[in-house]
Each structure stands twice: as structure tokens, then as C-alpha cells.
Design a binder for this molecule. Sequence first.
Ligand code: 4G0
Length: 226
Amino acid sequence: MKFSVLTLFPEMFTPLKESIIGKAVEDKKIELNLINIRDFSKDKHKKVDDTPYGGGAGMVMKADVVYDAYQSVREEGAKVIFLSPQGKTLNQDKVKKLAKEKHLILLCGHYEGIDQRVIDEIVDEEISIGDYVLTGGELPAMVLIDSVSRYVDGVLSEESIKEESFTNNLLEYPQYTRPEIFHGIKVPEVLLSGHHENIKKWREEQSLKNTLQKRPNLLKGKEDIQ
Ligand code: 4G0
């Protein structure tokens, strides 16, 4: 899977070079192609934005500059995603579907926005990571890259994918590790029993209880709107 990111702030993506995602990049399971939109400014001052027609506060990213950045990475079969608070909210089902794509081009906006004409021309899907406004699309792009990469072959162990929550629309069961007693509280007895059948049953019960208590709408098959 290839991610091409169109951004004015490619340095913001440095944290993705850490940990599991960084390892996946090293192992060539995923490719992270960071494109600085500013490199496509024709202007001698490297201008990428201008004042909005009709007036108003802030600046608007120029259509031609964004378009040329896009042209530098476009290819057959690539999907262009614009990260925006106006998009459909990302969820785990959507994450799984996106993981089947070959090349995702992520467009990150800043300032008050991007000229609508280039959005209309190049964007396939508008996605939001939740109902709040951020200063740019970079953090949402990183959230998308991290969540989608987990489903790319060879990034996670099969084991962790199978066991994880949301896959069955239930929350995780609680986990414990040494010491056996912490601040006077013992690890649940069943986990020390070595009885695999009972452990499995206990974990399923805990998952169900957890979901009922914390996210009841997940059980009703509804999107959880707080
Ligand atoms: C486009 C995404 C991009 C439009 C981007 C802001 C939150 C999200 C941006 C705007 C973002 C999200 C109309 C304010 C950049 N903030 N929830 N900021 N408008 O995924």
C-alpha cells in the first residue's frame, strides 16, 4: 500500500517513522510518499495561498499549486481523499475497506480552505476523523494512515488482528500482567488457572459486559453518536 500525502507541512509526519508504522515502512509493507505542496508554487516567493474572492478572513490555498502537486503523484487506480470536517466520519469498517486500495493520495488543507474547483476536480472522497475542527488535515491524515496500515498484510501479526475489538463490534476484555497483586488487588483467578476454555468464556463475558456498560449503541448495531 502506498500513501502519498499532499501537505504544506511534510515534517509533521515524522512521528510516523516511529514504532509499528516506521517498521512497516522499513519492511516495505507500506510506502510513505510526502509531497510538499509548496514545491509546486511557480511564484518567486513560493506563494501557495491568496485572499478569498468575495472577501473574508484568512487565506485560500491556490487551485493551480494544489493541482500540480496532485499531478506529480497521480496514477491509474489511485484514490484521492480530502481530510475535512465536512467529510463522512471514519470508522473501523471504512478503515478495512481503505486497506484494500493500492494507492491513497491524502490531501491536507490548511488556512481557511482550498479553492473549491480543485477539490471538485481531483477528490474522490471527503473523510473526517470526527466532529471537531483542527488547524489542518495533517493529524487526520496521520490517523488514517495509522488505522489503515494496521490492516495491510504483514504490518500486524494475524493474531492481534483476529483478537481485536471492533472486529466483532465488541470492546476488548481487560488485560493483566505481573505482578499478581498490585496495590492489594489480585489478578482475576481464572487467568491464573491455565484452563483455556474457562479463560475464553470469561473474556467473552467481560467483552459483552464492557460493551453494555461503556458503548451500548455498538450492541444495537448503531453508529455511536455521543
Ligand atoms: C478543510 C479535518 C480542511 C476544511 C481537517 C478545515 C478537522 C478535520 C480543514 C476545513 C481539519 C477532521 C471547513 C474548517 C483542515 N479539521 N475532523 N482542518 N474547514 O477530520
